[in-house]
Every structure is written in structure tokens, then in C-alpha cells.
Design a protein around this ligand. Structure first.
Ligand code: M6R
Length: 415
């Protein structure tokens, strides 16, 4: 038989042979043949391809949910990414044309949606602080209708786990028409955003099935770090630490965190079982992770959750703090540690139930959880893991469908 599917993964149990359809094509499918025509009725000939996906990669194994499995896979994904982008001499490398494209750009525009957008916020920091290339991050659906004034030699970086997100693709189509170069960071080789961009960097995170993105987020940050570090080197601005070594330490820290699920379940029970809302606060890189933590919690547990920059609280949001409101605060950045601690005191004085997650070395007596020591600029790779696990357990305790939350799809292929 022949069958139509929106994603190769969906039919992997029955076949690994696929034929791609392009925009504005029609297809007539019978049990014996597949006929593709364009809108003028002309026959289109297209060879099939073999999907290089292993059916075992998309099985849940002994896990109750894909999300939990994918959270646990993160240490392995870190190691795979290091291996993929490391040369025999131990140095990190990416294809020369990609490093040149970033190094030669006068400004990088990062375009993404949802979790990928949150990874982009962290990536912008790496590209600016390490490679010294100015960078902006944009939500794709906004960029496409409200394009800012572009620089003279821009490079567009599209971040998309699926490589199929319609909002991001709309921007890609626009910028290609303008003649600009585009690089896609994706988990899916051969996806639309990969095919249509000039360059692709793969995340190598393995198929992500749960709607809530977890391992793709950390993979995106790691690949962006490698991209920024290699670009920095090509611009003669070497990092003052060994990224390969630090990513290795991250992998071990992730493993240690994944081994503390009981503790995460306890935190979820303590803070999120009966509440109707929750706040995540942080400053700098921690703020970006708070945005991701709050998205994770709201999309699978349906608790109204907001991520805030600590300093913005007093400009309005603090009015929402009531007796018992859970406020999860991240404290992994030394230069803003005192300030975020001040914000925690402010919300506590107004009745909040604070849950401080700090980095080893910055911890204080009442902190609820202390993260293993890692390089602070890479802290988002580990501080997100408790937030992913807490969200998972909060959703579980509330009887939600963790892997398939209501109203959501894994690949958002419509505007
Ligand atoms: O496949 P993409 O990375 O382009 O998807 C973007 C968003 O739809 C996605 O990250 C979404 O926000 C996740 N479900 C969040 O967990």
C-alpha cells in the first residue's frame, strides 16, 4: 500500500521509504502507485528516499512517558554533540562555510518559536559575548509581519527542533527572497527548514516525540555554544575556558540531576499540587531559563505560569503575589545574585512560597535545591532540568496527559 503522512516518524513502523511533496503539488495515491502533479497538471517525477531513522529510537521502552525518557536522554545527547562536533585533535569544529558566514555577518538574526526561541535567547548571549557579533532574537510569527530594519550583511539563524514550523518557514521564505543567507539548526535532517536554508547544523538529539520539548532545548543551546565558540576562534577571540571540557562536566551534572527525580517530585508536590498559578523569576541567563520553565509548566500541567525578569516584578507583576503563591527563583549568576535574592525577599514579604534553585557556590541556607557546579555561562543547560522534571511531576499529579497536552501539536505546520 501507499500512505500519506505528515511526518516520516509516524509511519516508521511500516516503512522507511518516503517520497517528499513540495508546496503547491497534488498527489494521487493508490495501493500500487503515487502520481505527483503540479497545479498546472504537469507530472512531477521524484525519487523516493530511505529515512535514516531507527524504529527503536521512537519507542518508549520502560518509561511511562516519552517526556521522562527524553529528559533522561540529555546527558547522552550532550556527549553525542561533543563527539559530532569534535575533530580528532580534540578541537571543536563546524563546516568552514558556516563559521565564515557567522564571522562575516555584521549582525545575526535568530528566528524561532516557543522553546526554540528560548534557546535562541541563550545563544544570542554566546554569539555576542564570545564571538563579538551583534545578535538579535525574534519570535518568528512577529518578525514575519513586523520586520525590523535589517543590517547590511545579516545572517539569519533559524532554530527549530522539527524543521517544519510554519511561522519560522514564512520568515525563511521572506529572507531568501531578499537574498540573505540562512542557517538552520534542526533535529530533523532533510526537514523543510533545513532544505531551504543555505546551511544546516544538526542537533543530533534523536527523535523527540513528547510535545513538550526538553532534549532539543539543551541540544540547541549546546550547538549554539559550539557555533559561537568556533566563530569566536575564527575571529581571533578565543574563549577563556575549555568548552569541550565544560560540556563534558555539564553531561555529568545532567546525569546527577536526572538521578534526583524523587526530590523533584517532592518539590512539585510541595509547590504545585493545589496552586492555580506560579511564577519563575531570574536575571540574565536565568531569566531566559525561567521563560522556558514557565512554558514547560503551563503547556503540560495547565497551571498559569509566568517567567519574569526579577527586576520587572516591581513594575506590575508583584501585585499578583498572594499568600502561598509559588515563586521559583533561579540563582546561578554571581553578578546578579544579590539582586535576585532581593527579589525573593520582596515576594516572600508579600506571602509568596519561594523555591530557590541555586548553583553550587552561590547557595544560601534556605535554598530549596542546589545545582552541581558547572561553568556559569553554561548554567542554562543544567538549571532547566529541575524545571523540566518539576513540570513533568506537576502534570502527572494533576492527571494531565503529559506527552499529548490539550490543544497542542508536536509540529506546528500551520500559521
Ligand atoms: O519544532 P520547533 O522547535 O520549531 O517548534 C517550536 C515550538 O512550537 C516548540 O518549541 C513548542 O514551544 C514546544 N512544544 C514547547 O515545549
Amino acid at each position: 500500500f501507499n500512505v500519506i503522512a505528515s511526518d516520516a516518524m509516524a509511519m516508521l513502523q511500516v516503512t522507511n521509504e518516503y517520497v517528499e511533496l513540495m508546496d503547491k503539488e497534488m498527489v494521487i495515491v493508490t495501493d500500487k502507485k503515487v502520481v505527483i502533479k503540479n497545479l498546472d497538471g504537469e507530472l512531477m517525477s521524484r525519487a523516493s528516499y530511505i529515512a535514516e531513522l531507527d524504529a527503536s529510537d521512537i519507542e518508549k521502552g520502560t518509561y511511562p512517558h516519552y517526556m521522562l525518557k527524553e529528559i533522561d536522554e540529555q546527558p547522552l545527547v550532550m556527549r553525542k554533540i561533543i563527539q559530532t562536533y569534535q575533530e580528532e585533535n580534540g578541537k571543536l569544529s563546524i563546516p568552514g562555510d558556516i563559521a565564515n558566514a557567522v564571522a562575516e555577518a555584521d549582525r545575526v538574526y535568530i528566528i524561532a518559536c516557543g522553546t526554540s526561541y528560548h534557546a535562541g535567547l541563550v545563544g544570542k548571549q554566546f554569539i555576542e559575548t564570545w564571538a563579538k557579533v551583534p545578535a538579535e532574537v525574534h519570535v518568528a510569527s512577529e518578525f514575519s509581519y513586523n520586520m525590523p530594519l535589517l543590517s547590511e550583511k545579516p545572517l539569519f539563524i533559524f532554530i527549530s527542533q522539527s524543521g517544519e514550523t510554519a511561522d519560522s518557514r514564512a520568515v525563511l521564505v521572506q529572507v531568501k527572497k531578499l537574498g540573505h543567507k540562512a542557517l538552520t539548526l534542526t533535529n530533523v535532517p532533510g526537514s523543510t527548514l533545513s532544505r531551504e536554508a543555505d546551511y544546516t547544523l544538526l542537533l543530533n538529539a534523536g527523535p523527540e516525540i513528547a510535545v513538550a520539548s526538553t532534549k532539543a532545548y539543551t541540544a540547541q543551546i549546546a550547538v549554539l555554544a559550539i557555533l559561537a565558540a568556533v566563530t569566536a576562534e575564527s575571529r581571533g577571540k578565543e574563549l577563556d575556558f575549555d568548552l569541550v571540557k565544560e560540556l563534558g562536566i555539564i553531561g555529568n551534572a545532567m546525569e546527577a540531576l536526572c538521578d534526583q527525580k524523587d526530590e523533584m517530585e517532592m518539590i512539585a508536590r510541595e509547590y504545585l499540587t493545589v496552586t492555580r498559578n506560579a511564577f519563575f523569576i531570574g536575571r540574565g541567563l536565568d531569566y531566559f531559563v525561567c521563560l522556558e520553565g514557565s512554558l514547560k509548566l503551563k503547556e503540560i500541567s495547565y497551571i498559569q505560569a509566568e517567567g519574569f525578569a526579577g527586576g520587572e516584578l516591581k513594575h506590575g507583576t508583584i501585585a499578583l503575589i498572594e499568600d502561598g503563591t509559588p515563586v521559583i527563583a533561579l540563582a546561578t549568576q554571581e553578578h546578579v545574585n544579590l539582586s535576585i535574592r532581593g527579589n525573593v525577599k520582596e515576594v516572600t514579604a508579600r506571602g509568596a512560597n519561594p523555591c530557590v534553585i541555586s548553583l553550587k557556590g552561590l547557595e544560601e541556607a534556605d535554598d530549596r535545591f542546589v545545582l552541581p557546579e558547572v561553568h556559569p555561562e553554561l548554567a542554562p543547560l543544567v538549571s532547566v532540568i529541575p524545571l523540566q522534571l518539576i513540570s513533568y511531576y506537576a502534570a502527572l499529579h494533576r492527571g494531565c496527559d503529559v506527552d499529548k497536552p490539550r490543544n497542542l501539536a508536536k509540529s506546528v505546520t500551520v500559521e
